[in-house]
Design a protein around this ligand. Sequence first.
Ligand code: GLN
Length: 537
Amino acid sequence: MTKYIFVTGGVLSSVGKGVAAASIAKMLQVRGFYVTAIKIDPYLNVDAGTMNPYMHGEVFVTEDGGETDLDLGWYERFLDLNMSKDHYITTGQIYGEVIQKERQGDYLGKCVQIVPHITDEIKRRIRRVAEKTRAEIVLTEIGGTTGDIEGLPFLEAIRQLRLEEGYLNTLFVHVALVPVLETTKEQKTKPLQHSVNELRRIGIQPDIVISRCSTMVEPEAQRKIALFANVEERSVFCSPTIPNIYELPLTFDRQGMGEYLCERLGLPKQKPAWNGWLKVVEDLSKPTVELKIALCGKYAKLADSYISINEALKHAGGSFRVSVKMDWIETEIFEEDLSKLSILNGYNGILTPPGFGVRGTEGKIAAIKHAREQNIPFLGICFGFQMAVVEFARNVCGLEKANSTENDPQTPHPVLDLLPEQKNVQLKGGTMRLGAQEVRIEPKTLAHKLYKSSLVRKRHRHRFEVNPKYWPILEEGGLLLSGKSSDGKRVEICEYPRNLFHMGVQFHPEFESRPGKPEPVYRGFIEACLRRKQGGG
Ligand code: GLN
């Protein structure tokens, strides 16, 4: 019998519900249970691929090519498990399926309604994950905030699931913000009380309340929450702001949440095996050196836009006990004034991130040129890799005005062009080259040294690729095309062996990085940054 945990959020979004959900799952995993997680995103988009990462956060790509919410990244990083498309459910998918069935005549003679048809489809998808994965515990996080119109059908569905699966097999967790007043430093529980009330009005009584607060919630406030939320005092927990996010499962467990979860779900009491995780947390918590990395791209107000890259750099830093400070550098500043490139000399490494569209591109290319000429460790990811190829074509191979046709469809030297299978693609949703694809690595290259393998599978999300017509010119110039797709038709990795570390990858290694298991390319990059720093760079 599968146990279902549902996590809802209140007061505000972005209160760390995803990390709290991942931490709950982790506490159960270290107790020996097979746990998996689902994210529900109540948007009408079918997937996150068509959302704006500067508003919704990064698009997390799963192995099977799902373009999903960034919380799946937290589940993967905390549980060290690969999620699939099935673990990401949106309103768009649910309605799309029900409407398709209606047209097929599956409901002939019936009025198709939110209850039961939409709610049935939601429940079917949650249960499908339980069946496919055979997980003992399926945790489902419902995005957004309680009270949102969009979220209602999902809340109704989980209310029904409680009835169908039984009290002992279902558990509701509510995570809500407890703000602290600036003037009096008082912790205010009223907004949380309101959001619990809202849930109860819908028919859901939370079993656990987690207050998200900048500090630990005082016992007095805790008691108040219990009383108003109609829960026992021992089922009120706190998620305080902590410097190392990977410590959250331990913070929860110390408060007794792990034990409480098991008791409430009728799971056998198991001693948690925290050893491996404690080492991970410690490596990330006690840095001996700080590295400064410049992320040269479009300015992103939302820190969540490149979260997997941030985390991958942190994980790589952890294995050398160094902390990584990432500064965003808006590359448009280099377009206005090239002398500003000297800012980059203050960094131990430069990274150009994935991206779309032309804004800031010339500045990115200038930053990559600077990295190459000054021998500053450089890593280009996806669009960042593509721009490293453009830079090389222009400044080393002498192909003036070389470009990607994404930036300049009229370029005389289209060193990057649409993938052949992309030329006739009309629909934008879910049509990029997506998910894990094989990458063959040439022997005796840096890439081979890092991966210690001739064949890896890496996650992708792109439409453009290095134009095969230009491969010989690039190689003659000294750019090593050290990784190709398994059919040999596209470039996956380039490196410039004359530098300490100058590498670009068409794929997204950050999606596979896990704390304690850094992704080899990120690890190699950080190692080179460290070497440069120690060499006085
Ligand atoms: N815009 C580029 C492409 O579509 C790169 C995409 C990316 O960086 N994810 O190929």
